[in-house]
Design a binder for this molecule. Structure first.
Ligand code: FES
Ligand SMILES: [Fe+2]
Length: 429
């Protein structure tokens, strides 16, 4: 249980709030590279700030305030030029640093005017990495965009998947350090949803949490396994500050504002060895629905949709003054404490956890990864049949993580992988 004051401290991310300032020390994925290639101007709300993301004709990315400094027009209807974004109202042009480059009529009537030099607007850096566009809203000097180990892998089919979740980001992130929910929310509930009342999946008998440089590892032993199992030996990662990493994918919980979160998934599927070498030209992206359009109820069929139901169900900003934490929540408690300590460290002028500044270190940030050999060295379709437990990335089923994968992405996946997928039946994780 937390006091209301602590709950506010951990959840609020507006500019000037302690957590808002802490979260602004980290790069956040906010869009797909291919998205801006399809449409070069996109309105974005990030940590309570209304912004416009764009790619200009010269190929530069920009992230600027949404309102034009002239008379407040909506710059998400602006158009890109060789360098910068032009307001569609009176044509003022702004570059990615927020400087005003042109004021066409002002310059016509007074060619020596220095008016534009007085105009400056909010602008943030953007970088492309791993098929995503990352934004940094914090103080300079900016750190590096983390180059997580899977971003260096070859021969993979990657897709970037979004969903907008109508609740606070922090309860989403608490789910990243919650091993017991796999059993009840994914395995057993999916079984019941499929009409199967047979025995439940093996129960958790032991869990553990360890802090690492880039977050926390959670480990688990289920009744059908022992401590030699990779889920105990290697575990999975609650990645700092707002992501989950499970081996084949990352899930970021990016705060849109205090009551909305952008879920961003980066999913890696290693092509079978028979399909090598494979170089992906363009990383596809899509946004999935979270509600069933017929019933208005949340979608229950896919793993992350099930998670979304937990997060949203806890309330817009969950009331932690009424919770009852138990042994299963030890990781949640550790995570909250680390955030509180980091806020204090930041306020003392120290660097918070997992901010990457060393280019040599950032060549490849290693993480605990179950079945790493599969991702790095690959696996043939024949091996997949021999080792089904290791071959979860070559499962010939639909995309199991989130509902709504467009047909064109599924077809592209099938073509790259060299096999057809079949409809999802029962989620077991
Ligand atoms: S409001 Fe943007 S140029 Fe006038
Ligand atoms: Fe989950």
């Amino acid at each position: 249980m937390l006091s209301q004051a602590k709950n506010e401290l951990l959840t609020r991310i507006g500019r000037g709030t302690p957590m808002g300032e802490l979260m602004r020390r980290y790069w956040q994925p906010i869009a797909a590279v291919a998205e801006l290639d399809d449409n070069p101007v996109k309105p974005v709300r990030l940590m309570g700030e209304d912004l416009v993301l764009y790619k200009d004709l010269g190929g530069n990315y920009g992230l600027v305030q949404r309102r034009c400094p002239h008379r407040n027009a909506d710059l998400s209807y602006g158009y890109v030029e060789q360098c910068g974004l032009r307001c569609n109202y009176h044509g003022w042009l702004f570059d990615h640093d927020g400087a005003c480059r042109e004021q066409p009529y002002e310059e016509m009537v007074d060619p020596g005017s220095r008016f534009k030099e007085k105009i400056r607007m909010t602008a943030y850096p953007v970088e492309a990495k791993a098929g995503m566009l990352w934004a940094y809203l914090g103080p300079e000097p900016r750190p590096l965009v983390p180059n997580w180990e899977p971003f260096t892998w070859k021969n993979g089919f990657v897709q970037v998947v979004f969903a907008e979740i109508p609740c606070n980001w922090f309860q989403c992130q608490e789910n990243s350090i919650d091993p017991v929910h796999f059993e009840w929310m994914h395995s057993n509930w999916s079984q019941r949803l499929a009409g199967d009342t047979g025995p439940y999946s093996p129960t958790h008998i032991k869990i553990a949490f360890e802090e690492i440089d880039y977050g926390f590892v959670y480990k688990r032993v289920r009744a059908d396994t022992d401590e030699s199992h990779p889920l105990w030996q290697t575990g999975r990662v609650c990645l700092w500050p707002n992501a989950l990493f499970t081996g084949n994918h990352f899930e970021w919980r990016v705060p849109i504002d205090d009551t909305r979160t952008l879920s961003v998934t980066w999913m890696f599927s290693r092509v079978p060895k028979e399909r090598e070498p494979y170089v992906q030209e363009r990383i596809p992206y899509w946004t999935g629905p979270i509600a069933d359009s017929e019933t208005g109820r949340w979608i229950t069929s896919h793993i992350m949709n099930q998670d979304f139901i937990a997060w949203v169900g806890q309330g817009e900003i969950t009331d932690r003054t009424h919770e009852h934490l138990g042994q299963s929540d030890r990781g949640v408690i550790m995570m909250r404490k680390r955030f509180e300590d980091d806020i204090k460290a930041m306020e003392r002028g120290e660097e918070p956890k997992a901010v990457i500044r060393d280019p040599a270190q950032n060549e490849c940030l290693e993480l605990p990864i179950i079945d790493k050999a599969h991702f790095v060295a690959g696996m043939s379709v024949a091996d997949r049949e021999a080792k089904p437990l290791l071959a979860r990335n070559l499962m010939p089923t639909d995309y199991i993580y989130q509902a709504g994968q467009p047909d064109h992405v599924r077809r592209e996946y099938e073509e790259v992988m060299g096999f057809k997928t079949s409809p999802l039946k029962l989620v077991r994780v």
